[in-house]
Design a protein around this ligand. Structure first.
Ligand SMILES: *Cc1c(COP(=O)(O)O)cnc(C)c1O
Length: 382
């Protein structure tokens, strides 16, 4: 059996409906901003329970534009975690500010207890990442930010519809940044990103900032970027946004099936703590496992596409060498990078495929742990 990690083929199976919308757009000639983008922004904001959404060129641009519009630049420091997609840190660096790292907790998000010791007189902002689709501890991050007068921008690229006590990610920071990359939970067919905010003034400024700073065709308020959500992509987004609740519920159900199956294998597999008050949306389903590399090969040999998010922490990347960090600086993140594995969790998986992944993982540990042969019955599924 093959268990793919990506699922875009399935999405393209319904291509005719999408192409009809694309044809309509092409015939209207409404290629930049316009109706499709406005509609998408309205619907996206509503989806997040927030008043304003601004469509931009990518999730990375959403971060860069957010940080810059808040005045962050050369001489400033921004606190984030080295356990993230490279883009979070790249965005900070692209503003001219210096990324400062804080280790992650057992849920793969920033360890709030360690933020204060990273704060200096140059610190301007905290950039927490809702990695895997699990919200960072926003209430406590906001307390710390308030105490030290820091701005907060949320990297919610992996976390659309994630919630803490029913409150959506994006509700805490000055802005929150989403990605519509083809592999995100809500995607378009190329690059796209969204910034959400509660501030009408920030929304107004960001709408200028993504579009040459133009207030009218002939008047420029500020020099700035060209980073608009493409109208063609907004057309695709306007169709897929109808499905994002379903997509999310399927991912949650798939994750529960794995959690349930692995909960009696504590010796080999560590499932992150789940909290009833937190809705995780499982952009990735990440476990800490014993003998990771061998398990990875075992699953790949059996047709199961598994991944590692991420095998090299950002502080150990060549790009980060100028920051002066070294191995050992962030022990949790570094240890995780050797032990984590991402199982396929996407919305198009069948129950059989998930059972197959579970069976193959169980088989691996039974075969590799001779001490347990007597207990094999316990680990054989019906
Ligand atoms: C995908 C992602 C981004 C960047 O989004 P792009 O649209 O690819 O630029 C930023 N941060 C995180 C955590 C991501 O997963």
């Amino acid at each position: 059996m093959n268990v793919p990690y990506s699922y875009l083929d399935e999405q393209f199976a319904q291509i005719d409906d999408y192409l009809q919308d694309v044809r309509r757009l092409v015939q209207s000639g409404d290629f930049t901003l316009g109706q499709a983008v406005m509609e998408f922004e309205e619907r996206f904001a509503k989806l997040c329970g927030l008043p304003y959404a601004i469509g931009v060129g990518s999730g990375t641009d959403a971060l860069i534009l957010s940080l810059k519009i808040l005045g962050i630049g050369p001489g400033d420091e921004v606190i984030t975690t080295p356990n993230t997609f490279i883009s979070t840190v790249g965005a900070i660096a692209m503003t001219g500010a210096r990324p400062v790292f804080v280790d992650n907790n057992d849920e793969y998000t920033i360890d709030v207890n360690q933020i204060e010791k990273a704060i200096t007189s140059k610190t301007k902002a905290i950039l927490p990442v809702h990695l895997t689709g699990c919200p960072a501890d926003m209430p406590r991050i906001m307390d710390t930010a308030k105490k030290h007068k820091l701005l907060v921008v949320e990297d919610a690229a992996q976390a659309i519809l994630a919630k803490i006590n029913g409150k959506h990610v994006g509700s805490w920071g000055k802005t929150a940044c989403f990605s519509l990359h083809p592999l995100k939970n809500l995607n378009v067919w190329g690059d796209g990103g969204v910034i959400v905010t509660r501030s009408a003034e920030l929304c107004r400024k960001l709408k200028l900032f993504r579009n040459h700073g133009m207030t009218t065709r002939d008047e420029i308020e500020m020099f700035s970027h060209n980073s608009r959500l493409d109208s063609l992509q907004a057309v695709i987004g306007n169709r897929l946004i109808n499905e994002v609740e379903d997509i999310t519920q399927k991912r949650i159900a798939n994750a529960r099936q794995y959690d349930e199956a692995f909960k009696d294998m504590k010796e080999y597999i560590t499932i992150p703590q789940r909290y009833p008050s937190i809705q995780q949306v499982y952009h990735t389903y990440v476990l800490r496992v014993k003998n990771r590399d061998a398990l990875l090969n075992h699953l790949i040999e059996r047709g199961i596409k598994v991944k590692i998010h991420y095998p090299i922490p950002v502080h150990l990347q060549k790009a980060a060498s100028y920051l002066g960090y070294k191995k050992g600086d962030f022990p949790v993140c570094e240890k995780d990078s050797q032990a984590i594995i991402s199982l396929p969790v996407h919305q198009h998986l069948t129950a059989q495929q998930i059972n197959y992944v579970i069976d193959c993982a169980r088989e691996f540990y039974i075969k590799h742990d001779t001490r347990r042969t007597a207990d094999n019955a316990l680990y054989t599924r019906g």
